[in-house]
Design a protein around this ligand. Structure first.
Ligand SMILES: Cc1cc2nc3c(=O)[nH]c(=O)nc-3n(C[C@H](O)[C@H](O)[C@H](O)COP(=O)(O)O)c2cc1C
Length: 368
C-alpha cells in the first residue's frame, strides 16, 4: 500500500521498493521451503492488531499502526518450474499459488534446470497474482545441486543468465524480476569470477533487485554469514537494490546489518520461524520507536490458533498436524515451560490436542 505521506524511517534507512512494487519497511520474509506457505505468510503479514495497541504507539498516525504489525512483504517457498508448469489439481494450485488480498506484497520463487521452462512458469505465477518473480540460484541442498538447479547455477553463470534473460523478456513490464544468490559456489577465485559475471549480466538484463546470502553454497549453513561481502558488493553497485541475508535472528541485528553495510533491506529467514514478531519489532526500530514488548502469551496463542485454523482450511486437519508441529516447536522455544511444551507439540495429532495445548500453556493461569 502506498501512503500519501512517506514512511518515517530513521536516518540511514529508506523505504524499500522492488521495481515498482512498494514494500516500505526494509525487512521482508525470505523464502523458506517447508515453512513460508500460505498460512504462515498470512499470519506473518497480518499479526494480531494488539501489537500496535501499546501506549507508545497511540501517537502514531493510524496508517502506520496497521503497516507496522507484520512483515512488509514475504516470498513463497521455492517452487520447481516443472511443478508450476504441470500442476493441474485445483486443490494443489490453491495451496501453492493462491493469494488473498491481505497477502500482498508477495514474491514467488522458481527453481529449475532448463532455461526454456522459466518463462512459462513465471507467467503462470504472475497470473496467479504474485507481485514479483524471484529466481533461485542459491539452494545448497545436495539433491538440488545434483539436478543442476539452485546453487549449482552459480557455477554456470551463462545458464543462469539465460534463465534470467528469458524470464525478463517474458514478464510484462512492471512485474519485477529478482534473483537470489549466495556469495559464490565455493571460496575459489573462479567462483568469485562467476559471481560477478552473473551479477553484472543480471544487472544488464534489468533485474530489479538481488538477494544475497553471505555464505557459499558449499558452506550451506556452517560458519557465519559474511556481511563484509554484502558491504563490498553494495559499495560496488550502489544503484542496485540489494537485500542481505544470513544470521538475522533479532530485529536489532537486522537494523545493524543494514546500517553497517548500506544494503537496501534484509530477508529474514530462520529468525522468523516461530517468531513472526521479529517484523513488528524491526518496524518499530526502523521508525525510531521504543522497542516493542515481546508478545504476550495470549497474543502468541491467538497467532498459533489462527495459523492452525488456516492450515486446516487449506490442507485438512490430518495434514495440518504434520505441518504445524515444527512451527509449534519453534514457538515453544521462548516459552517459560519450553521443554514440556515442545514435548506436547511434537505429538499433536488433532485440533482438540492443539487447542488444549494452547489453553494449558498460553492461558494466564496455566502459564504465569
Ligand atoms: C528451512 C529453510 C528453507 C529455506 N528455503 C529457501 C527457499 O525456498 N528459497 C530460498 O531462496 N532460500 C531458502 N532458504 C534460505 C533462506 O531464505 C536464507 O537465505 C538463509 O536461511 C539465510 O538466512 P538466515 O541465516 O537468516 O536463516 C531456506 C532456509 C531454510 C533454513
Amino acid at each position: 500500500m502506498i501512503s500519501s505521506s512517506p514512511l518515517p524511517l530513521i536516518k540511514g534507512l529508506k523505504p524499500l521498493s522492488i521495481g515498482n512494487v512498494y514494500i516500505g519497511f526494509p525487512a521482508i520474509q525470505a523464502p523458506l521451503s517447508g515453512y513460508s506457505d500460505r498460512p504462515q505468510r498470512h499470519v506473518t503479514q497480518n499479526l494480531h492488531e494488539s501489537v500496535a495497541d501499546f501506549p507508545e504507539y497511540s501517537a502514531l498516525p493510524s496508517q502506520w499502526k496497521t503497516s507496522i504489525i507484520g512483515a512488509a512483504a514475504t516470498v513463497a517457498e521455492v517452487m520447481l518450474d516443472q511443478f508450476v508448469l504441470t500442476v493441474k489439481k485445483s486443490v494443489k494450485v490453491n495451496q501453492r499459488m493462491g493469494l488473498e488480498p491481505s497477502d500482498h506484497p508477495c514474491g514467488a520463487q522458481i527453481m529449475g534446470a532448463f532455461p526454456e521452462d522459466f518463462p512459462p512458469a513465471a507467467m503462470r505465477l504472475v497470473k496467479s497474482g504474485f507481485d514479483w518473480i524471484d529466481l533461485n540460484f542459491a539452494c545448497p541442498v545436495k539433491k538440488v545441486l545434483g539436478r543442476k538447479r539452485g546453487g549449482f547455477l552459480l557455477s554456470e553463470p551463462e545458464t543462469a543468465l539465460e534463465m534470467t534473460a528469458r524470464t525478463r523478456d517474458a514478464l510484462p513490464d512492471g512485474v519485477p524480476l529478482t534473483i537470489k544468490l549466495r556469495k559464490g559456489y565455493d571460496d575459489s577465485a573462479q567462483s568469485e569470477d562467476n559471481f560477478y559475471k552473473l551479477l553484472n549480466g543480471a544487472i544488464a538484463i534489468g533485474v530489479d533487485a538481488v538477494a544475497i546470502h553471505g555464505r557459499t553454497v558449499l558452506q550451506r549453513y556452517t560458519g557465519e554469514a559474511d556481511w563484509s561481502f554484502l558491504k563490498r558488493v553494495k559499495s560496488e553497485f550502489p544503484s542496485l537494490v540489494i537485500l542481505g541475508c544470513g544470521d538475522l535472528f533479532s530485529a536489532q541485528t537486522c537494523l545493524d546489518r543494514i546500517l553497517e553495510t548500506g544494503v537496501d533491506g534484509v530477508c529474514i529467514a530462520r529468525g522468523a520461524i516461530g517468531n513472526p514478531w521479529i517484523f513488528p519489532a524491526f518496524n518499530a526500530l526502523a521508525m525510531g520507536l521504543p522497542a516493542l514488548p515481546p508478545p504476550s502469551l495470549e497474543e502468541q496463542a491467538a497467532v498459533l490458533a489462527e495459523h492452525f485454523n488456516r492450515c486446516v482450511d487449506l490442507y485438512g486437519e490430518r495434514r495440518t498436524c504434520s505441518i504445524i508441529r515444527k512451527f509449534g516447536i519453534k514457538h515453544a522455544l521462548t516459552h517459560p515451560r519450553k521443554d514440556e511444551l515442545v514435548a506436547r507439540f511434537v505429538t499433536v495429532r488433532n485440533r482438540e490436542e492443539w487447542f488444549s495445548i494452547l489453553k494449558e500453556f498460553y492461558e494466564k493461569q496455566g502459564a504465569e
